[in-house]
Structures are given as C-alpha cells and as structure tokens.
Design a protein around this ligand. Structure first.
Ligand code: 6R9
Length: 571
C-alpha cells in the first residue's frame, strides 16, 4: 500500500535524533527558553516581540514583511513592540483589562498584528475572526464570548449587528471615516496620541490568551480557549517541525482567523525571532510563486488545496521562477495526497512535510520531521512529548493497522483549556484520559499515523472547517426552503465542497435563479466559504425517528454507495 518512501537528505536539522529526544524530552526542559523560568510570570507578547525588541542585535531586524495588492510594508521587532504598546495604552484608556474578550475582524494587515499584540499585552483574551464572515457568523461569536470591544474596518462594520450585542462597548475602526457615534474609536487618531511605553500585564501560565471559534457537526460554533502556556509548544514545534533558524524568511499562508494563522502565522515564527512574510488576500498560483520568489522565502507552510492548485497550474509555470532560497516545505489542514508530494519533489526538489493537528490541540502533534523518512500519505509520527494512539468507542487502545479514533494523551501544553460557555462540550472530548479527536486513522507498526476521514459530519472544504448544522440553519431561514441537509462532497481540488439537499416550501418552484438566490443568501449572511456550491431539491429530507437529518444517507446517495442500515429512518 505504501508508495515509495522518501528518505531525509543530509542536513543540519534542528531535531536530528527523534527516537532519543522522544525517550528523554520533558516539557519542563523547554522552560529555559523563556523568561518565566525565572519569574514564574508570562506574556506571549513579551516572548514573541518585546524580547527581540529589547535585544540590540534583533531590535532592528525585520519581523513583518507585508505585501498585499497596493500595499507593501515592513516592520521591525522594535516597531511592532512600540506600536503594540501604543495600542495597549489605547485599550487601557477605554477600560480593557485582563480576561476581557477583545475581537479582531479585519483583513490581514500590519494593524491586525499590532492590535493582536496590544490586546495580549493588556492581559485580555484575543478573538480573531475570519474576514469573510458575514453577519450571522459575527453575531454568534461576539454574543457567545460576550466581547467587550471589536477592532474592525469601516467596510466590515455593516456585518456587525451592534444593536444585538449589548456587551460590546466600543468599536475601534481602522480606516478613514467620519466618526458619528460615541461607540466608535478612531484607530489612527488614538495611536497618534498614545504613549509607546506600556507596563505589560504579567500573566500566569494558565491565564487565557486566545479564543478561536470552530465548527462541530451540531450546534453553533465552539469557542476553543487557549492559554499563554501554549507558547512552549509553538516554540518547540517551530524549532523541530518548521526547523526555523535565525536567518530564515518564513511564510505561512493561513489567515489568522483560523488557528494555523495564529499558532504558525504569528507565534511560532516570532517566538523564534524569524522574519515573517504576511501576504494579504486569496491567491492565484502566480501570486504564490511571486511571493516565494520576491521575499526569498526559505520555509513555507501551506495547505493541500493550495498545493493542488499549483499542481494544476503545471510544471512549466514553476520553471519561470527562482526558488533557490526555499529549503523546507510543510502542509496542514487536509489530507495531503501522495501525488502532490511526488510533484513537490519534481517541482521544488523538496519533500512536502505533512502535519496534523486541530484548533483544539493548539499546535502540531503528529508530523513529518525533516530528519525522518516520509511515507507519502501518512501524517507522520507524534512529536516528542506527545503520546498518540488509536482508540475504540470506549476509549480503549487498539492494535496497529486497525482503524479507529485518533486520540492523544490529555494534558499537553497547547491543548485547549475549555470551550467557552460550554463545559459539557469540553468534557465530551475526553475519555479514559485521552483527548479523542473525531478523526479516524490507523497507526502502522513503525508508529506512522494514516488519516482516514472524519468520524462526524464536519466538512473540510479547502482546509476550512464548516459545520453542516450552521449551513442548514441558515438555509432554512430562506423563505423558499423548508428543510435542508448538508454534506461534504469529495472534490479533487478542494478536498470537499459543500452540497445542500433542500425541500421547498409550498408556492416555490425550482429554478436556477431560485437556487442561486438561496446560495447567495448563505454567502451574504454566513460566509462565502460556507455557501453550498451545489444545491439539490428533493421531495423530502431523510430523518431519524428523533428528527435528526441523516447526512450519512444523503452522502451515500450522492456517492452512489450502498445505504446500509436504515432502521432508524423515519417512515
Ligand atoms: C490545524 C487545523 C482540524 C481538522 C482535523 C482533520 C483535518 C488537519 C490534517 C487533517 C488530514 C492532515 N486535518 N490536518 N486531515 N491530514 N495533516 O487544520 O485545524 O481547522 O481545526 O481542522 O482538519 O480532520 O480534525 P482545524
């Protein structure tokens, strides 16, 4: 079943002795990299930014290399430190304190990163929102977290239902606009007046740092809650897995609205003091290649959908660029097809290193290390400090080569510490001391893990996690839709696309205009990436006797598979 195995090349990798490190490593060993080893107090903003700004040899090093259509900018560690101090002062002035939830809803921009570190410096908990979210998605998240402030742009403001968010005291607007309400604060005016020195809030290791909302198969999105101590794992995986070295130019393509865009788009590179490329917007293959070439990127962390798009763009395009600086390639978010790895060897003369983890896990857990053999199709092996296994439904470990639920021994540093407002949801992840991921996988005799699929109905489209329930709920708000069932349909480029089955209310007749209207409705109220690419009208939607939509049956229909046990189907 294995494709050809790809051995590691000779190289000066940060982690060269996996087995030995695995046998001896304790998380406490990594405390020495941080100032809290002496003080017991911590702030990730200090370790990622201020520490390098205080050091004369790194103060003027470029931290952020930003480019977007129409804007190019670079900021040093010293500048981000000073600017985020200013922003922390602005937040303090308006009453932000430790533990408050402060949300960010804006495109990737230097202001985003300055604001994020400003928030963290006050001890508040940051909540980044993906810029494509529409009103419903924004409302759900700000409501559930009882956000006190929001930083956004005038363009995005119309998607914020302010009247329905009683806890939202102020909105900081990044962009030129007339300020008409006492609720609005002008980012640039306030920054101009603010002092660039700030007494950082020293936190305990287990104090809150970040909330990322993510989707499950039922209910509204869950606020996955992370603490400052997570940084130890961001740091260690930055060293071992990203293989970061002082002179690297690193680029992670993920948006900071998703966990990869914070853990590996912000924290891991800056904890290592590495120059970090941030590219705004969604891309074409030409944009990706331009960015890699223009900034002489040396370490690139991206996603299978992006790589598949590059494959489709063809090998001739690759040959027109100079990628001689590139030395390490990584992927996350979806299964990485072996064919893409084979293509990577040809196109870049490099292996692509798959990594597995989740919003809930906060950092990489199962990875392909640069010094280890790559088995194409496998997610790799657990990093030192992590125990991973496969369990059955009762939480008992099962032998190699048998499929089951991928599970991790609970208690690693970057593990979520809660689901906001939902302790029972949090508890439901754990059984017998294992965190149970909901991904099915098996482990081979040599300890490599092989992803098989999701065990629930969560959809993974272009690496973005979408809950079918949210899409169904939005669909039935459309006047024409009576019932809806939503599934992920396999797609060669995007992994899965969203397909909706609906029934129509009396008086509505199926037409392509109507279906397009329904699609647009989801797109404009929830998010573009959550809008079904395909909608099929049915006479009825199959449900269990207790009224649950049988998404699995819909999927079997779609794929032309046998429908299996239908004994719970409503008749
Ligand atoms: C970091 C991130 C998590 C889900 C996860 C799994 C899928 C992630 C993967 C992978 C196959 C990999 N996933 N990495 N599937 N191979 N290397 O993506 O977090 O958005 O929470 O998604 O993504 O199904 O459970 P998140």
């Amino acid at each position: 079943m294995d494709m050809q195995r790809i051995p590691a090349r000779e190289g000066n990798y940060n982690l060269r002795n996996y087995d030995e490190t695995r046998a001896t490593f304790k998380w406490e060993d990594a405390h020495k990299y941080f100032s809290w080893d002496k003080t017991g107090k911590v702030n990730i903003a200090y370790e990622a930014i201020d520490r390098h700004a205080e050091n004369p040899s790194t103060k003027d090093k470029v931290a952020l290399l930003y480019s977007a259509p129409g804007r190019e900018e670079s900021l040093t560690f010293g500048e981000i430190s000073a600017e985020s101090n200013k922003f922390a002062n602005v937040l303090r002035k308006y009453g932000v304190h430790k533990g408050d939830r402060i949300f960010l809803f804006m495109p990737r921009s230097p202001e985003f990163y300055i604001s994020l570190f400003g928030i963290l410096k006050t001890g508040a908990i940051a909540g980044p929102l993906f810029e494509a979210f529409m009103e419903q998605a924004v409302r759900d998240r700000l409501e559930d977290s009882e956000a006190k402030m929001l930083i956004t742009t005038p363009d995005l403001l119309e998607r914020v239902p302010q009247e329905e968010l009683p806890t939202l005291e102020k909105i900081i607007l990044v962009g030129n606009q007339e300020i008409e309400s006492s609720k609005y604060i002008d980012f640039y005016n306030e920054m101009e007046a603010a002092s660039s020195s700030f007494e950082i809030e020293w936190m305990d290791l287990e104090d809150g740092m970040l909330i990322h909302y993510t989707s499950g198969s039922t209910g509204k999105p869950k606020g996955v809650y992370h603490v400052h101590y997570a940084m130890i794992q961001h740091y260690v995986t930055g060293e071992w897995v990203l293989d970061l070295k002082e002179d690297d130019v690193y680029w992670c393509t993920a948006d900071p609205g998703w966990v990869t865009g914070t853990s590996y788009g912000v924290f891991a590179p800056w904890l290592h003091g590495v120059t970090n490329v941030i590219r705004g917007g969604r891309f074409t293959p030409e944009d990706w290649y331009d960015t890699l070439e223009k900034h002489s990127v040396s370490v690139w962390y991206t996603a299978p959908t992006a790589l598949r798009m590059l494959v489709s763009a063809g090998e001739d395009l690759v040959k027109t660029y100079d990628f001689s600086s590139l030395r390490h390639l990584l992927s996350v978010g979806e299964p990485l097809n072996p064919e893409v790895i084979t293509w990577g060897l040809k196109a870049f003369d490099l292996r692509i290193h798959d990594t597995w983890w989740m919003t809930e896990t906060g950092a990489q857990l199962i990875v392909n290390l640069p010094s280890e053999e790559v088995r194409p199709g496998s997610m790799g092996k657990p990093i030192p400090g992590i125990e991973a296994t496969i369990v059955d439904n009762e939480g008992n470990e099962i032998p190699p080569n048998q499929m089951g639920n991928l599970a991790i021994r609970a208690g690693w540093p970057s593990m979520m510490r809660g689901v906001w407002n939902n302790p029972s949801k949090f508890e439901s992840y754990f059984i017998n001391g294992w965190y149970v991921s909901g991904d099915s996988a098996y482990r081979d005799e040599d300890g490599y893990f092989w992803f098989q699929g999701r065990l629930d109905d969560v959809i993974n489209t272009s690496g973005e996690r979408v809950g079918p329930f949210e899409v169904e709920s939005k669909l039935i708000e459309h006047p024409a839709v009576a019932e809806a069932g939503v599934i992920g349909k396999p797609d060669p480029q995007r992994g899965e696309i969203i397909k909706a089955f609906i029934t129509l209310n009396p008086g509505f007749v199926e037409s392509s205009e109507l279906l397009e209207d329904i699609r647009q409705f989801v797109k404009t109220e929830l998010a573009a990436h959550a809008a079904p690419r395909e909608i099929e009208v049915k006479d009825s939607i199959p449900k269990t006797r207790s009224g649950k939509i049988m998404r699995r049956l819909l999927k079997s229909w779609e794929l032309g598979l046998p429908t299996g046990d239908m004994s719970t189907l409503e008749v």
